[in-house]
Design a binder for this molecule. Sequence first.
Ligand code: FUB
Length: 304
Amino acid sequence: VLPELVQPTEKGDRYVFKSKGNPIIQHHYTADPAALVQGDTLWMYVGHDFAGGQRGYVMKDWLVYSTTDMKTWTEYPVPLKIEDFTWAKSGDAFAGHVAERNGKYYWYISTNWTGIGVAVADRPEGPFKDALGKPLLTNKDCFASTHSWACIDPAIFIDDDGTPWIFWGNRECYFAKLKDNMIEIDGEIKQVNFDGFSFTEAPWIHKYKGKYYLTYATEFPEKIAYAMADNIQGPYEYKGILNEIAGNSNTNHQSVVEYKGKWYFLYHNGGIQTDGGSYSRSVCVDLLEYNDDGTIKRINMTTE
Ligand code: FUB
């Protein structure tokens, strides 16, 4: 990493840094940001690219950051590693999502080849431990898919009535209810489908003014598209593309979250000039704005 990039200051077992704009983290390659708002803190859980350059994914652990102003960030000791999932030792630490329920934090993660796991912690910064000792979902739960990395990219949404939902998939998008214990699927697994749905991966559900929004990566190289529905189970209506291809990264992976009265779009690009790219990605944040009819304005991906 070049010296002019933002370097963190060590504070005990943590690191603190002030972002100078996008990419917000410049001392690690980070990807697949999943945001969680708790009180006045925004927590951000990310994947961690080790590769540098274009050598393919090398993802051994996940990282966690917090902020209270979207500028100064704290990085915590590594909260979760792929080797913590003994059933997934040869996997890659692909995209995840953390949800809070009854004071516990559940981290749903992709292991690439072996399915989706869930880890649990008492605190948002961890440490997290495998909650099941086996996958929560496997390729068998992706009944319309035939490729080995179909079971990735979990996204959780806890609805206003308290029902937790999990969405996931690659090429096909699936969803199911979770039981109140957050570590078992409750009932039938269903597939999302609607006119114009060209799904690659990275589903994310959020709600705004009573409507459900499904954002997801489409095409390859990926752009983020979105659809809206009156019911979480659909039918969804395709609404368009939210952002262009993110610089020199073939993938993109978003989260959409409201924090202190503003809506944010967190994503990644290949933005660090030294060695950035599809396997050396960097998390960015930009504002997300709605039109009066509830549709979302095109995201302006900035360096600010
Ligand atoms: O980071 C590994 C994979 O790349 C994620 O699981 C996908 O969403 C894509 O971003």
